[in-house]
Write a protein that binds this ligand. Structure first.
Ligand code: G3H
Ligand code: 13P
Ligand code: ZN
Length: 316
């Protein structure tokens, strides 16, 4: 069942975070749904502009609709990840997305407000919710690269003002994470002090954490042992997911970790089966491993086991 992110956030706020997972193809989608059903968790499917271009945006929609029929107990929202203004309008008009993200965080505060307000007005007219972003994460997302030095944490006073001026439904805040596999140079914690100040200025308001992959070091070691070269990568401490959720983070974005599962499975499979040229055996292993990975993340986010309670609350 497709629901809005607002419905998911109303149930989760202050208790747990909903996992928001990017998908690009059928195998990833099957693993995602299986993992969420196995762990009895609601979830958010994220589609980036790159994913919409990868095969065809209609193909992704069809895959998601099919997965919804294969897994009729699943409760999820369909969300545009890091949209520009034009793509947001396209998704709002499509009638398929339950929410969109307008990412104008690289613009000035005033321009970010103006763009976000236009998108929010258009989305609300169609009953769709809007995630916006304030502050700048480091790392790479689509065609935008933010150098470490230019990344800046969200200013709590600006966050309050931004939400008031735009009417956006949730806010992605920069609290120390970045996109991709190379987040930190050494051990680093989330900026809980900044998160608490934002929460205090925006009580009961859903906050979003991008760049939340944990980059498991055992996964990286296996990839490198099978021919990969991703030394020095580092991610978010998974023990910090739930404390962040208790402080108002209701959506946690995870993409890179799923790519690492794919890379490990395929590198190991073709290293161990050099004669193989059928992609299905590795694809089968990937779907099962991805489902296991998703279930493990839902446990850490506290969303595991929430499906029945959410279903009941939606029925009221
Ligand atoms: O933040 C970006 C997401 O990880 C999506 O990545 O734009 O390469 O699909 P992508
Ligand atoms: P990661 O690169 O940490 O998985 O972040 C994904 C993300 O924020 C998608 O919007
Ligand atoms: Zn992101």
């Amino acid at each position: 069942m497709i629901v809005t992110t607002k419905q998911l956030f109303d149930h989760a706020y202050g208790k747990y975070a909903v996992g928001a997972y990017n998908i690009n193809n059928a195998e990833q989608t099957m693993g995602l749904f299986q993992g969420c059903i196995d762990s009895k968790a609601p979830f958010i499917i994220q589609i980036s502009k790159g994913a919409r271009k990868y095969t065809n945006k209609l193909m992704l929609e069809s895959i998601i609709r099919a997965a919804g029929e294969i897994f009729p107990d699943a409760i999820f929202a369909v969300h545009l990840d890091h949209g520009d203004e034009e793509t947001c309008y396209e998704c709002i008009e499509s009638g398929f997305y339950s929410s969109v993200m307008i990412d104008a965080s690289h613009e000035s505060f005033e321009e970010n407000v103006a763009i976000t307000k236009r998108v929010t007005d258009a989305a609300h007219a169609k009953g769709i919710s809007v995630e916006a972003e304030l502050g700048m994460l480091g790392g790479v997302e689509e065609d935008i690269v933010v150098e470490e030095g230019n990344a800046c944490l969200t200013d709590p006073a600006e966050a309050e003002e931004f939400v008031k001026l735009t009417g956006c439904d949730s806010l992605a805040c920069a609290i120390g994470t970045s996109h991709g596999a190379f987040k930190f140079k050494g051990k680093q914690s989330l900026h809980f002090d900044v998160l608490e100040q934002i929460r205090d200025r925006l009580p009961n308001y859903p906050l979003v954490m991008h760049g939340s992959s944990s980059v498991p070091q055992d996964e990286v070691a296996k990839i490198n042992a099978a021919g990969g070269e991703i030394a020095g990568s580092m991610g978010v401490d998974v023990k910090e997911y739930l404390p962040a959720a208790k402080r108002g983070v209701t959506k946690v974005n995870i993409d890179t970790d799923g790519r690492l599962v794919w890379t490990r499975v395929h590198r190991e499979h073709f290293r161990d089966n050099p004669q193989d040229f059928d992609f299905r055996p590795a694809g089968k292993v990937f779907m099962a491993e991805y489902a296991k990975f998703i279930a493990s993340r839902n446990e850490l986010l506290g969303s595991a086991g929430q499906l029945d309670a959410l279903r009941e609350s939606l029925a009221k």
